[in-house]
Ligand binder design. Structure first.
Ligand code: PRT
Ligand code: ZN
Length: 303
């Protein structure tokens, strides 16, 4: 008998998500919004799906791409930074691609950036030849340097990358940035973006063609319905005809206005806005003639 046996067929879908950390809560919230619910096990590593045959595995984010590659999990929610790093490392090691991003999920946004000491005068990537760059993303950084024919030394660190220049172990760093506060606190400034990242739903390059395939398709459709409406707001207001062109200009990023007749020759207008509608923006609309403004959240939609 062969030592390697085919994995037994599974009819339950398995999704790996971060156990603790930045992506843990939003990942669960997103899957709940897709109609999934679970019974948690005592060890809190496995959650048995109750509403659908979809189970969760709670792990470290670094383990998620590997669990998909090995077929232990079908899907995972992980930062694009982590997925791309492990994907690039596989390619650099001569392995075939095993996983890819299926959907961007609209949370966990950050950027993988090069940051140099404040006192550097940044003249562009050519300046990097001969420098030492500290990072936890060596594979992405090596690809980026190679694409620009820059000969720099990559110093791999698993954490506290931002203090490497002060410790003298590197000249600059390549790390994740969101607010930029960590860089500022370490007298560093961002100069180049290698990757715009967010949480993604990742899956195997070869998706299952059994019952799990159908479950996956259903989940993706629900997920699209949730993600699409995540930041969208339905805006409703009343306006005089004469003010509509100015209001349309202020709402250039929104869908075309739906116009319904209102009292005294005025119009009742409604549109879907892609981003958050701040108080400031509502007051601006009011000054341009919008009355009785109302902003409503969209819960779900099926396209
Ligand atoms: O235990 P486990 O291994 O699962 O967790 P972890 O510590 O590896 O990951 P975690 O929870 O810190 O991050 C998970 C994912 O969140 C990352 O892979 C990114 O996709 C995403 N994310 C979004 C971030 C950030 N924003 C972020 N700001 N991950 C890390 N940071 C760190 C960054 O490394 C730097 O140290 O925050 C600091 C910079 O933040 P600002 O706001 O000061 O710029
Ligand atoms: Zn991690």
């Amino acid at each position: 008998m062969s030592a390697i046996q085919a994995a037994p067929a599974r009819d339950r879908l398995r999704i790996a998500i971060q156990k603790n950390g930045r992506l843990a809560e939003p990942a669960r919230a997103l899957l709940s919004a897709c109609g999934l619910s679970w019974r948690e096990s005592r060890d809190k590593l496995f959650c048995y799906g109750e509403s659908l045959p979809v189970d969760l595995l709670l792990v470290r984010d670094d383990d998620i791409p590997g669990l998909i590659a090995d077929g232990v999990c079908d899907l995972g929610i992980v930062g694009r930074n982590e997925l791309d790093e492990q994907g690039a490392a596989r390619v650099q090691a001569g392995l075939a691609p095993a996983f890819h991003a299926l959907r961007g999920l609209g949370f966990g946004q950050c950027r993988l950036m090069l940051a140099v000491p404040d006192e550097w005068e940044w003249q562009g990537p050519a300046q990097l030849s001969g420098t030492r760059i500290a990072t936890s993303y060596p594979a992405i950084l090596k690809d980026w340097l190679a694409a620009r024919a820059i000969d720099a030394q990559v110093v791999e660190l698993s954490g506290s990358v931002e203090i490497a220049p002060r410790l003298g172990t590197a000249d600059l760093i390549c790390d994740l940035v969101s607010s930029g506060a960590t860089l500022r606190a370490n007298q560093l400034k961002p100069v180049e973006t290698l990757l715009d990242s967010e949480a993604v739903l990742a899956g195997a390059v070869r998706s299952p063609d059994d019952a799990r395939g159908a479950l996956m398709a259903m989940l993706l459709r629900r997920l699209d319905g949730v993600v699409q409406v995540q930041d969208r707001k339905l805006l409703m207001f009343r306006a005089e005809q004469a003010n509509v062109p100015a209001l349309e200009k202020l709402l250039a990023d929104a869908e075309p206005l739906v116009r319904l007749p209102a009292d005294e020759g005025a119009l009742r207008l409604q549109t879907m806005c892609p981003g958050p509608l701040t108080w400031q923006r509502m007051e601006e609309l009011e000054r341009a003639g919008a009355q009785q403004l109302m902003v409503l959240s969209v819960e779900r939609s099926l396209a």
